[in-house]
Design a protein around this ligand. Structure first.
Ligand code: PLP
Length: 399
């Protein structure tokens, strides 16, 4: 007769559960390579200098009024330039419907709800594997899901022909979720040439590309370079959608600041779409938070702060790239007969190690190393101090 007696506890989130287990482990050797958040070489969270400087500018005089339903227009304008290009004709022609979103997750969810409302019969094609929350997001928006081939386990690289076949065989006018760069969890991206072929084929088939760009700047160290896939699609004349997040590249994780944009056919359509996006947001959270949006707009519109940000993104990306080399070299030094080339071939925050769930279990139980059971190692958690320990443990469990 209890109101909620029938409610079972929800299953643990595969990613957030790892951190919980890590925190509960008293071992001094413990290593967390589970969570997708950047750490410095001491394993400490980082607040960027450009963010501290922007904070100093607003300290004491931040207006706490509500933002408009679509969020900060200034922030959105600056954010669109990062994805579509500084001098984008689409921005000038006001063809982009864009709203501030609750980081990348919120942008994806807003789009999924929009998709359901205005293309109710459509499905979404999602890569295998993908960020686990993609499944939850489109499921809760009641959009049915199909998958497409992406990762090739033998080569630990891209299954390009499988992916192209799936794009070709999908019914005309299908929705495809694409990771714009630094694919999570695999660290495997198509090359520029492959993106061109993907774009052409998707154009021929009349598919709708939706780009999730959670790591702009984290792949190469250059945000502009990491937008290349999107620019190729824009040149090919696609209608498309983009989710942008400042969680990783500005280190604004908990501020929940991002942007959803949809490129429309003309200004009139863009106005209609934008008001509809706001209409979806209104009964969910009314309007987005102000603090992070202000930081982003200050940083992106001040040339000195923007340059500082670009430098700091590069520092983060370079530290991760350095740790890839160090991890690979350390495993090879131990005489492992296996190939570890993929550690340095893959890019972005993650290394899809190829370790089996059983090997991951051993890393955790014998070595106090925490990661998701799919073998995804967050390179951001690797440091000069733990890389040897980690390499040794990986060698031991993969013998
Ligand atoms: N998309 C991908 C592929 C991600 O890896 C993440 C974060 O891990 C997100 C979106 C969303 O992150 P946030 O909501 O913090 O911006």
């Amino acid at each position: 007769s209890s109101w909620w007696g029938h409610v079972d506890p929800a299953p643990k989130d595969p990613i957030l559960g790892v951190t919980e287990a890590f925190l509960a482990d008293p071992s001094p050797h413990k290593v967390n390579v589970g969570v997708g958040a950047y750490r410095d070489d001491d394993g400490k969270p980082v607040v960027l200098d450009c963010v501290r400087k922007a904070e100093a500018k607003i300290a004491g005089n931040l207006n706490m009024e509500y933002l408009p339903m679509g969020g900060s227009n200034h922030m959105v304008e600056e954010t669109l330039k990062l994805a579509y290009g500084e001098n984008s004709e689409f921005i000038k022609d006001k063809r982009i419907a864009a709203v501030q979103a609750l980081s990348g997750t919120g942008a994806c969810r807003l789009f999924a709800d929009f998709q359901k409302r205005y293309q109710p019969e459509s499905e979404i094609y999602i890569p295998v594997p993908t960020w686990s929350n993609h499944h939850n997001i489109w499921k809760d928006a009641n959009v049915s899901q199909k998958t497409y081939h992406y990762y090739h386990p033998e080569s630990k690289g891209l299954d390009f022909s499988g992916m192209m076949d799936d794009i070709k065989n999908a019914p005309k006018g299908s929705f495809f979720l694409l990771h714009a760069c630094a694919h999570n969890p695999t660290g495997v991206d198509p090359t520029e040439e492959q993106w061109k072929e993907i774009s052409q084929l998707m154009k021929d088939k009349g598919h709708f590309p939706f780009f999730d760009m959670a790591y702009q700047g984290f792949a190469s160290g250059y945000p502009e370079k990491d937008a290349k896939a999107i620019r190729i699609f824009l040149e090919d004349g696609h209608s498309l959608g983009i989710s942008q997040s400042f969680a990783k590249n500005m280190g604004l994780y908990g501020q929940r600041v991002g942007c959803l944009s949809v490129l429309c056919e003309d200004e009139k359509q863009a106005v209609a779409v934008k008001t509809r996006l706001q209409h979806i947001a209104r009964p969910m959270y009314s309007n987005p938070p102000v603090h992070g949006a202000l930081l982003v707009s200050i940083i992106l519109s001040d040339p000195d702060l923007k340059n500082l940000w670009l430098k700091e993104v590069k520092v983060m990306a370079d530290r991760i790239i350095g740790m890839r080399t160090a991890l690979r070299e350390n495993i090879e030094k131990l005489g492992s007969p296996l190939s570890w080339e993929h550690i340095t071939n893959q890019i972005g925050m993650f290394c899809y190690s190829g370790l089996t769930p059983e090997q991951v279990d051993r890393l955790t139980s014998e070595f106090h190393i925490y990661l998701t059971r799919n073998g995804r190692i967050s390179m951001a958690g690797v440091t000069t101090k733990n890389v040897e320990y980690l390499a040794n443990a990986i060698h031991e469990v993969s013998k």
